[in-house]
Design a protein around this ligand. Structure first.
Ligand code: PMT
Length: 389
């Protein structure tokens, strides 16, 4: 089942570590290559010798125990097809959620770009601590929640590592679930920048997170991804950095003919400055200054008019009358789907890690996706679009 796949198995310092020995055996029986990475505390619960014997690989623990010229955390991250952290302690979850990389396991997690499964195990009061729950929400990973029962600390409650079979099944599912294989998907993200002069510009609050979540998800689902973005992004898929709406239009047009699907999550400026000053505009004695703006090309509308089998998807950012305006917009733009989000809310939309959207289709269909982190929303969008093919 797992031939040719490398599983990076992260083990952290919890009593449930002993159960992971059986998980390694299951992976090995399915022909996977298992690379175990432990936190130093994990070795208080299970020995290196046991893990090495079962995985038939060296067990990595120390960050600076470098055996070749490659930085180990990067080479481990590059070689593996999936990362599974089980058991995941409150400590390791919180470190990863805040980007801390103070040991080999957390450094690898920080550099890892493919699917990650986290199976937490801890005392029930730790599990219910709102800080831990908030940290888990920050992770765009597959979380296999702990189960209820008697815990090693004597408590009865939720915190016990989920069943090993569940971790195994989820690993197989994620490694083999590639419904977008063979599809070329182009995604735009970030706010465009329209120069006024060499030091000033017009832009908006788009962080690029929604587009990035779509691109990462498409990649995880097997697509050939091109992300056209105004932000600095370092990914293993094709990233094209652009600045203005006009740059974005050129980049989208270049990719369009070969694309199966284009998703315009970028916040494109509707207007640009008519004449960008070549020198910094000086302050004068006048109380007012006028800058003339001219309309930018509507990229979404233009590509929708040129469609030849591509699925074209726009986003719709509204601060009032969301659905009413979205219905009008999908008709005007001529795209196949329009994903409407309310940008007047602080808990979703611009810059937030979360979104809540309604997907409108060109035939008048509508589907609301409840508030969730942007990776989950991205996943649901692909399910909605490609589940119907
Ligand atoms: O980047 P984040 O911080 O994660 O925030 C995400 C988001 C709120 C920016 C995103 O979810 C979103 O709503 N993106 C679309 C923003 C926008 O420009 O909406 P609009 O309603 O003004 O435009 C409708 C569509 O036309 C969009 O797909 C836009 O990319 C496109 N457009 C707009 C103007 C233009 N000149 N050309 C275009 O192609």
């Amino acid at each position: 089942m797992l031939s040719g796949k490398t599983i990076l198995l992260g083990i952290t310092g919890g009593i449930a570590s002993y159960k992971i020995c059986e998980l390694i055996r299951m992976y090995k029986r399915a022909n996977a290559n298992v690379q175990v990475v432990c936190t130093p505390n994990a070795l208080n619960f299970v020995t290196k010798l046991t893990l090495q014997t079962l995985s038939k690989n060296n067990v990595a623990v120390e960050e600076f125990d470098i055996k070749n010229y490659n930085p180990e955390h990067i080479s481990f991250a590059d070689k593996a097809d999936i990362m599974v952290i089980a058991p995941a302690t409150a400590n390791t979850i919180s470190k990863i959620a805040t980007g801390l990389a103070d040991n080999l396991l957390t450094s690898i997690a920080c550099a890892f770009t493919k699917s990650v499964i986290i199976a937490p195990a801890m005392n029930c009061n730790m599990w219910e601590n709102p800080v831990i729950q908030e940290n888990l929400r920050k992770l765009h990973y597959t979380i296999l929640k702990p189960e209820s029962g008697y815990l090693a600390c004597g408590y009865l409650g939720k915190g016990r590592l989920c069943k090993i079979e569940k971790i195994f099944d989820k690993t197989v599912e994620l490694l083999n679930y590639k419904p977008l294989t063979g599809k070329k998907i182009v995604i735009t993200s970030g706010g465009t920048i329209e120069d006024i002069d060499p030091v000033r510009y017009i832009s908006n609050y788009s962080s690029g997170k929604m587009g990035l979540a779509l691109a990462d998800t498409a990649k995880n689902l097997g697509a050939d991804v091109t992300l056209i973005t105004t932000k600095d992004v370092c990914k293993k898929y094709n990233v094209v950095k652009v600045k203005s709406a006009s740059d974005m239009k050129n980049a989208v047009e270049k990719e369009f003919n070969n694309a199966d699907c284009v998703i315009m999550a970028a916040a494109v400026a509707d207007y640009r400055v008519k004449e960008t000053a070549s020198q910094k505009i000086k302050k004068t004695d006048e109380d007012e200054i006028n800058i003339t703006l001219v309309k930018n090309p509507d990229i979404l509308k233009e590509i929708s008019a040129k469609k030849q089998g591509q699925i074209v998807i726009g986003f719709c950012a509204e601060s009032e009358n969301l659905i009413e305006n979205a219905k009008e917009k999908i008709a005007k733009k001529g795209c196949d789907y329009l994903i409407a989000n309310d940008i007047s809310r602080k808990d979703i939309g611009f810059s937030s890690d979360y979104n809540e959207v309604t997907i409108l289709d060109k035939n008048g269909g509508m589907k609301k996706l409840e508030r969730a982190d942007k990776m989950t929303i991205a996943h649901q969008i692909f399910e909605e679009i490609y589940g119907k093919e």
